[in-house]
Design a protein around this ligand. Sequence first.
Ligand code: SF4
Length: 101
Amino acid sequence: MADTAHTADTAHTADTAGTADTARVGIRVDRDSCVGSGACALFEPEFFDQSEDDGLVVPRAREAGPEALPALRRAASRCPARAIALVPSDGQGSAGWDRSD
Ligand code: SF4
């Protein structure tokens, strides 16, 4: 299963290399589910931080280009609370950012 996911990452990145605008991915976090483990901030600090107040995830980006997809997928898979979701970008930088559904 992991091999399949890795292959899919590589294929997606290659397929979308020339169409970065349409291939951008939205990054959505659910702070209600986050348990503050810090794995996302530790391994992918470009995209995730933790609040000094409550220790919960603070995303640094609302969306990213296709080149970031492997790193974002790793972060999502490492999250023990499954609080990180990657969604299709709406092209306006929101990508369901403030939604909890
Ligand atoms: S890895 Fe998941 S649970 Fe841990 S801080 Fe990041 S979003 Fe929260």
